[in-house]
Design a protein around this ligand. Sequence first.
Ligand code: NDP
Length: 590
Amino acid sequence: MTRPDPSTRAEVKARYEAERAKRVREEGLGQYHSLSEYHLDRDPWADPDFTREPITEPVDVVVLGGGWAGMLAAINLTKRGIDNFRIVEKAADFGGTWYWNRYPGCMCDVDATIYLPLLEETDYMPTEKYASASEIFGYCQLLGRHFGLYEHALFQTEVESLTWDDDAHRWDLVTQRGDHIRTQFFISAGGLMHKAKLPGIDGIERFAGTAFHTTRWDYEFTGGSPTEPMDRLADKVVGIIGTGATSVQLVPQLARAAKEVYVFQRTPSAIGVRGQQPIDDSWFRSLPPGWQQERTRNFTEVVTGNQPDRDLVDDGWTEAMRTDTQRIPPTEEERTELETIDFEVMEAMRRRVDEIVQDPETADKLKPWYGKHCKRLCFHDEYLPAFNRPNVHIVDTDGRGVREMAAAGPVIDGTEYPLDLLIFASGFEITTGLVGRLGFDPVGRGGQRLSERWHDGTHSLHGVLTAEFPNFFVVSFIQAGFGLNFVHFLSESTAHITGLIDHCLSDGIESIEATVEAEDAWLQTLWDRSGAIAGYNKTCTPSYGNSEGARTMLTARGAVFPGSLMDYAAHLEQWRATGTLEGTRVVRRE
Ligand code: NDP
């Protein structure tokens, strides 16, 4: 490991700041476009002619979303004996992100034995340490069958309106298929990354070739399938905008299949060793009961810097995240130590680029200049080598991004890049307002819309309950905990929500909501605890992690419970254990 001397550290900090400054855009989150604006939101996997009769029914719970969050919520309800529920999902199957993302090379870089939930109950052994998207999608379907979720699902169905009836203490939900569902509880499990976005490029619609977002892959055009190589690109020039985790997985596949590949880069990702390997059957079968929870918690503890005695997953993530360098240390000496650790992790990533990429100029362009907590790290063993191929070209925009589009392709510094195919690997809305991401505006008590109540950002208790919207439960990182292993967070969040619903049903509670005072107190708790992260974030290059560098009330209210997800879960558990439902307003059955 390189121990940087103080002058090197100062240079690195100056470089981080210079690179950050280049990327800050005044429009912040507003720079992006939605897929629907450009008619790029067609579902490639669904039958467009699907129809069914509308239904009218009363239920106890509606779960919005059939991805991990929705499935885990539904499974928890079933386990608690609550069977009268519906799952409303706009896709044609379960899977959420794994339904939409079927691009070549798609996989999960979090260890499959902790990412795939409920492995002990389903007795399923993942095939590889990092599971492919096809395997994960298949596992989602298996969960659907195993827990009898299909009979509850309304697929290809979108909510049009959700209105609270304060006399009956019920929500009235209407869908675009004419369904009228009256429900006591509503769980918004509509996806943390379900709304894909397009890059903010003037005249993006001018592009005359074929274009799509990575969540809407067109195998008709590229040939192949999620499990077979693309065989229609050999004479095609392909461009890809974005170099985040998606692009890192996709570029090696394009490199193999296309005539030429142009990778348009605004900010390079930091790419550590992946180390894919098959799962050893005898090891897996020897794991003692309860192993998955222990392993999942251990990973979360390690990657939030809690340094437990053992590191059970022991991979690139745990190596890089072992020390939380965002915290404010008590002494100057420790501050220097944290900076050094952060520097070392990122320096190792930069050195890896030099070791792999043969052309020094290309290697320089691919080096990440920011702290290790600023952007999601990536782990891949084929992305960097792809740039050694003569048909793969990095088009570095020096932090400005692609801003101009011609009919033939992107224009960078006056140079036009003619393309047959343009792929948008430009990510998702994550920290934008909930209403925009839901696609409908719930109407709470007294006709108040959620967009009005949350006009300046989220108001919540624990990120879950909100005032004036009784029995409305939100699964979201915002004002809640955060887990690098998303599925761990979703397991904790849905366990809390379904536990509360169960409590209400068995205790004669008709409705529950947060009080305004409790919402304010919760926000203050988050702000008091997150000073250190806010300080670190200020030095970071823009990303969804810091709402593209924007500093507004909306983003301030987007705070996340800092520290370990286990602390957030323990906080919720303690709160539930008191049995007083502190900070809520409840109405009991008469
Ligand atoms: P990201 O938001 O991470 O990346 C979007 C990319 O588009 C960034 O490189 C961004 O640059 C770039 N971009 C945006 N606008 C422009 C522009 N005008 N010109 C050029 N580039 C532009 O999206 P991803 O789909 O890659 O990943 C989203 C999330 O999905 C990940 O963070 C991760 O949580 C999850 N994911 C997880 C995987 C896993 O293995 N577990 C795999 C894939 C995704 P800039 O960085 O400068 O903003």
